[in-house]
Design a binder for this molecule. Structure first.
Ligand code: SAH
Length: 235
């Protein structure tokens, strides 16, 4: 009899744990779907792979624990070392502009939390991502591995020089504001490839620029005023 009561108790505890775990899950899924609808679709993003990827990637796992409740807010958030995870809309916008497709290879400069890399990895074949701050490189590489993103390859280096051994890339996404477009990145873009990069003074006026390469012709188009953390340089 006593054993039976104890077993019932254990079953109840297990049931409680399952229910509270899945309601946590539901809470984040709901917040994520609302984020995509209200902050992204309602502002005009229509690219289906981008919307699907952003509905899938668990953004709350890319922010520090003290900010987890703000993970789906309409804003960037601090990730330590003076850096930020970009606002969801900006991640969606940059992803839509490069129009990523299955089978492609993309380079990202500024891994940060790894969130933009994960969004891209949901769509393309492989994502090469470079982070200059060693601590952020370590934590994002670990996070991406734990979340099962086997198609993201991380490197701790100055992204100004790109990733020559893995070039050329179908697209390049730069998530820190540079004062000029690094020539090695233009070189490493495929013919017909697209790069999106914030260009401007640190913490001041910056513009998201689309760079397109067609043969020897390079065209640039100014898209949107933005504010990104600065593109820093290694020694
Ligand atoms: N894409 C990130 C946002 C990162 S913020 C995310 O989804 O979370 C920009 C990042 O660029 C910072 O982590 C910063 O350390 C990094 N960074 C700045 N200059 C860099 C450089 N020259 N090479 C590589 N990373 C750089």
């Amino acid at each position: 009899m006593k054993l039976l009561i104890r077993m019932n108790y254990v079953l109840l505890v297990i049931l409680f744990l399952i229910i509270s775990c899945s309601s946590q899950q539901d809470k984040y899924t709901k917040a994520r779907n609302e984020m995509v609808k209200e902050q992204i679709e309602d502002r005009g993003i229509r690219n289906k792979p981008t919307l699907d990827a952003m509905k899938k990637v668990p953004r709350h796992k890319f922010v520090p624990p003290n900010n987890i409740d703000k993970a789906y807010n309409d804003s960037p958030l601090p990730i330590g070392y003076g850096q930020t995870i970009s606002q969801p809309y900006i991640v969606a916008y940059m992803t839509e502009v490069i129009d990523p497709k299955p089978g492609q290879k993309v380079l990202e400069i500024g891994t940060g939390s790894g969130y933009q890399a994960a969004v891209l990895a949901e769509i393309v074949d492989s994502v090469y991502t470079i982070e200059i701050i060693t601590e952020l490189y370590n934590s994002s590489e670990k996070r991406l591995k734990e979340l099962g993103y086997k198609n993201v390859i991380c490197k701790n280096a100055d992204g100004y020089y790109g990733w020559k051994q893995a070039a050329p890339f179908d697209a390049i996404v730069v998530t820190a504001a540079a004062e000029h477009i690094p020539p090695p990145l233009i070189e490493q873009l495929k013919d017909g490839g697209k790069m999106i990069i914030p260009v401007g003074s640190p913490f001041l006026n910056q513009t998201l620029i689309l760079v397109e390469k067609n043969g020897k012709e390079i065209t640039t188009t100014s898209l949107l005023p933005v504010r990104f953390v600065p593109f820093t340089r290694g020694d």
